[in-house]
Design a protein around this ligand. Structure first.
Ligand code: PXP
Length: 245
């Protein structure tokens, strides 16, 4: 069964748009987490960015206390974030590249170019009982480097595929995803995927083998404005059903 990690950053993007610098405000993140759990999510994903543009440090602490499913902390491979993750002990961290100018995470992590530092982070997480996922483009060299790093998971960046899906001309990007999933599986790496996934392109993702978990945020939160969060999560879960059958 394909599992759903709900990326809840967008809830705090909305809150910070009105309540930045204040200790609380709406929408209430804790209430959102409860609804995602009730609707059947497998995990809650939150990205603590260096600029704290959405998730705040206090949000992560609260999440660690209230999330009863799997907590996935997305983070850059920096000393500050490593320290926070080791203190927080999420079940898993997902290491992502981070660029101050970007609206959202744009490209995959260059594991090839920083293998020794990533390997060190993976080892620190392992010692603390935290699994590590590496968010990468579907590229064979990156997959080999992920295997060399000792990370348990990769998360395949589906952004390029999702962009092309809107134009109908997605075959090339889609084949890259399929090949990457197969290559990672052959290396013994567990495979997640995410970025840009929505209620339309999800059906195509069923044709990518070896997937364990999808991390989805924007499309679910957008739909929730009209349907409510519980229904938006449940509708995504329905679309995920039947994977691998
Ligand atoms: N996975 C990673 C590593 C991400 O950075 C993001 C975006 O925050 C997502 C998944 C979710 O992407 P989206 O919000 O487009 O569903």
């Amino acid at each position: 069964m394909l599992k759903l990690g709900v990326n809840i950053d967008h809830i705090t993007t909305l809150r910070e748009a009105r309540y930045r610098g204040l200790p609380n405000g709406e929408p209430d993140l804790q209430a959102a987490v409860r609804i995602c759990e009730k609707a059947g999510a497998y995990g809650i994903t939150a990205h603590l960015r260096e600029d704290r543009r959405h998730i705040q440090d206090r949000d992560l602490k609260m999440l660690r206390e209230v999330v009863s499913i799997r907590l996935n902390m997305e983070m850059a491979n920096t000393e500050e974030m490593i320290r926070i993750a080791l203190g927080l002990k999420p079940e898993i961290v997902c290491i992502v590249p981070e660029n101050r100018e970007e609206v959202t995470t744009e490209g995959g992590l260059n594991v090839v170019g920083q293998l020794s530092s990533i390997r060190e982070t993976v080892n620190q997480m392992k010692e603390a009982g935290i699994e590590t996922s590496l968010f990468i483009d579907p590229d064979p060299d990156q997959i080999q480097a992920c295997a060399d790093s000792g990370a348990e998971f990769i998360e395949l960046h589906t952004g390029a595929f999702c962009e092309r899906f809107k134009t109908g001309d997605f075959e090339g990007e889609f084949i890259r995803l399929q090949k990457a999933a197969i290559a990672a599986h052959e290396q013994g790496i567990l495979v997640n995927a995410g970025h840009g996934l929505d209620y339309d392109n999800l059906k195509q993702i069923h044709e990518v083998p070896h997937l364990i978990e999808l991390n989805i945020g924007h499309s679910i939160i957008c739909r929730s404005i009209f349907t409510g969060l519980e229904k938006a999560v449940k509708e995504m879960l329905v679309l995920m059903q039947g994977y691998g059958d």
